[in-house]
Design a protein around this ligand. Sequence first.
Ligand SMILES: NC(=O)C1=CN([C@@H]2O[C@H](COP(=O)(O)OP(=O)(O)OC[C@H]3O[C@@H](n4cnc5c(N)ncnc54)[C@H](OP(=O)(O)O)[C@@H]3O)[C@@H](O)[C@H]2O)C=CC1
Ligand SMILES: O=CCCC(=O)O
Length: 465
Amino acid sequence: MHSSIESLKASTGEASSILATLNSIESLKASSKLLGLEQYMLCNNIEIGAPKRNQRFPDLRGESNRKSVEALVKNTGTEFLQCGLAARIYSDVTYGLKEARGVHDWRNNLIVGAATGAVLALTTAMDTAACSRLCPRVPAHFNRSVSRFSFSFKASSSQASGSTTQGDEKLLYSGVGFLGLGIMGSPMAHNLLKAGYDVTVWSRTKSKCDTLISLGAQYKSSPGEVAASCEITFAMLADPESAVDIACGEHGVASGMGPGKGYVDVSTVDGATSKLISARIKSTGGLFLEAPVSGSKKPAEDGKLIFLTAGDKSLYETASPLLDVMGKSKFYLGDVGNGAAMKLVVNMIMGSMMASFSEGLLLSEKLGLDPAVLVEVISQGAISAPMYSVKGPSMIQSLYPPAFPLKHQQKDLRLALRLAESVSQATPVAAAANELYKLAKSHGLSDHDFSAVIEALKARLEQKE
Ligand SMILES: NC(=O)C1=CN([C@@H]2O[C@H](COP(=O)(O)OP(=O)(O)OC[C@H]3O[C@@H](n4cnc5c(N)ncnc54)[C@H](OP(=O)(O)O)[C@@H]3O)[C@@H](O)[C@H]2O)C=CC1
Ligand SMILES: O=CCCC(=O)O
């Protein structure tokens, strides 16, 4: 009788200790869910666990910049929170067990270890499910999820061994295509590669792909093949003609598109061209986003472009992490055509500014003023713009290394003037500037930087003298 009472007491003690443990687990589950931290991070594309292989140690690769420092702070914060959560679970369950059982022995340690692991696994699984519900348009492999802790270790070991085998990391990357590796396309694709994405490239001139291939990019022999092998394909092409040809022509992007795929055209074209491409892409079941960029060669290299996007909002959301790798900001402007229009208005202003600046530099010289001092004066006043400080010194030396080719600036002015005409607005300043760029082209300056427009003015002045 006595022994059965003792064994009943013992089993009651065990039961209450298990109950206390379960209560601790429940309260911790609730508090971690209330915090919602992991879910917030997932839905905002903040890395959970260790950074991706190719994103680690940017300072060692000489790529340290504002973004890498931010990423470092975010990752450190995340890992700090995860450690904090584990520590709290451990201490709460230890306390609960000790209170319930009145002793602290190896059994407590065993139960505490199991409970901590179980709660972390459970909250991870619940967060993943919740985020899938909250972010339904983000494809599964963009969700940094599954077993984060085991992933962290796998990522670490692949970094440590320097292996190019991606293993589970492949789950996290989407195949990203990039077409058109000119002045802008090359650094943009390079930044995607550096960020760890699985990039496939194509350019009309195959040799333009060589550097990126040597850095790990894949190559396909047509735009259609790139689109077929990638979930999202970007294109950075010269003008409306090449943009249409590459998207809709034989072996073009559309031939490789289909449901679940997206095409993002970052070239500067007019709205009508963009709409035509959009219709063709959408006829395949794919999604389309126009996303012309503000910013030139250096911002492209630094990942500081400004995206002016319009089109399928869901593609905008899916592509956002990629845009964030290549740019410092992005605007979503609604229907296809609005991104193109915004870009053309911006470049119309820029073309006129550069023509006016050129006129001022030549006039200051003629008046016996030092144009270098003019550049300095401008840089300190209300009309200061980075463009004047960056281009002014080389213009004074008659040097025009191409960052933004003059032929593209003239193309943008031509398209902007047509756009203004479509709404019956007079644009006399832009029209005059356009004439100067046309003149510069006729002097063989198409492939020089657009600041070479000053040479057209010089030629005109010489003619008059
Ligand atoms: N440079 C700048 O500062 C900026 C440019 N832009 C815009 O970005 C786009 C690209 O500019 P950028 O990189 O400077 O120009 P580039 O002239 O350096 O590159 C143009 C790209 O288009 C490709 N291309 C040209 N014609 C054809 C064709 N018929 N068929 C297939 N491909 C073709 C070229 O291929 P390949 O070389 O392989 O032959 C190259 O990859 C333009 O629309 C421009 O207006 C926008 C913002 C800034
Ligand atoms: O389209 C070219 C834009 C260049 C720039 O924004 O500096």
